[in-house]
Design a protein around this ligand. Structure first.
Ligand SMILES: [Zn+2]
Length: 248
């Protein structure tokens, strides 16, 4: 089974974007000890679909990745990718756009921190300039958010970002084309493993939030793991259907 596992913030709030430090450490130590290969996304995409592999990614570039998460991964020798919101570097995630009062406002890494982690092996990807819903912006703004953010990263770090993540997982065909004109691969928020037909510019992911309880991530690759994922996906699809019709 191949999959991309998404984290946002490592903090004790219990919000939908958070896992606490002990959970994160448990995940990392289990992955380091398991037979499942932890690889960068470019390598994951080259693995045959039936092979076992996981990529770890972090959206938004929270400061707690530099202070808590990355040291754990680095010491275990695990690769990872962070998606940076270039217009908010050194600021916070107070960009609104998600109607969930449980999400904490937390500091984001500075360019200095990002550069230091990049030197230590963390892969840097783009997550736009200002974290908009890309399916709601006009063409000029779309260009600025995608190509502009990639240019910011190249200017600050001197290297190109191969990867991209769509904020909120929101995309349309224009957003996919924009991402594809600058990047080699891009992550959605679709909840799934990577099947044989995985498209590099529409990569699904698994949200680490759903694997917080002991035993859940550790069931990786088993039929139990797949069955739980199907239930989770059905619940999410039903909720989206209800929200789309104003029923929830
Ligand atoms: Zn984000």
């Amino acid at each position: 089974m191949r999959a991309i596992l998404t984290y946002h913030s490592i903090d004790p709030s219990g919000s939908v974007i958070s896992v606490d430090e002990s959970t994160f450490r448990r995940h990392a130590e289990w992955l380091a000890a398991s037979l499942t290969r932890v690889v960068g996304i470019a390598e994951l995409l080259e693995l045959p679909p039936e092979e076992d592999g996981v990529s770890l990614v972090f959206d938004d570039a929270f400061e707690n990745l530099a202070s808590v998460g990355w040291p754990i991964l680095r010491d275990l020798g695990l690769p990872a990718t962070v998606f940076v919101v270039t217009g908010h570097v050194g600021g916070s995630n107070a960009w609104g756009g998600r109607d969930d009062p449980t999400i904490p406002t937390l500091p984001l890494m500075s360019w200095d921190s990002i550069g230091r982690l990049a030197e230590e092996g963390l892969e840097i990807g783009s997550h736009t300039r200002l974290h908009p819903h890309l399916d709601e912006v006009d063409d000029a703004r779309l260009e600025d958010e995608v190509a502009g953010a990639a240019a910011d990263i190249e200017k600050q770090l001197g290297s190109r970002a191969a990867g991209f993540a769509y904020p909120y997982g929101d995309l349309d065909d224009r957003a996919v084309a924009a991402a594809g004109s600058v990047h080699e691969w891009a992550c959605t928020a679709d909840l799934d493993t990577l099947g044989a037909g995985a498209m590099p510019l529409r990569l699904p992911r698994l949200d680490a939030f759903y694997y917080r309880r002991p035993g859940q991530l550790e069931a990786w690759g088993t039929t139990t793991f797949r069955a739980r994922l199907s239930v989770r996906r059905a619940a999410r699809d039903a909720r989206r259907w209800a929200v789309g019709r104003g029923l929830a």
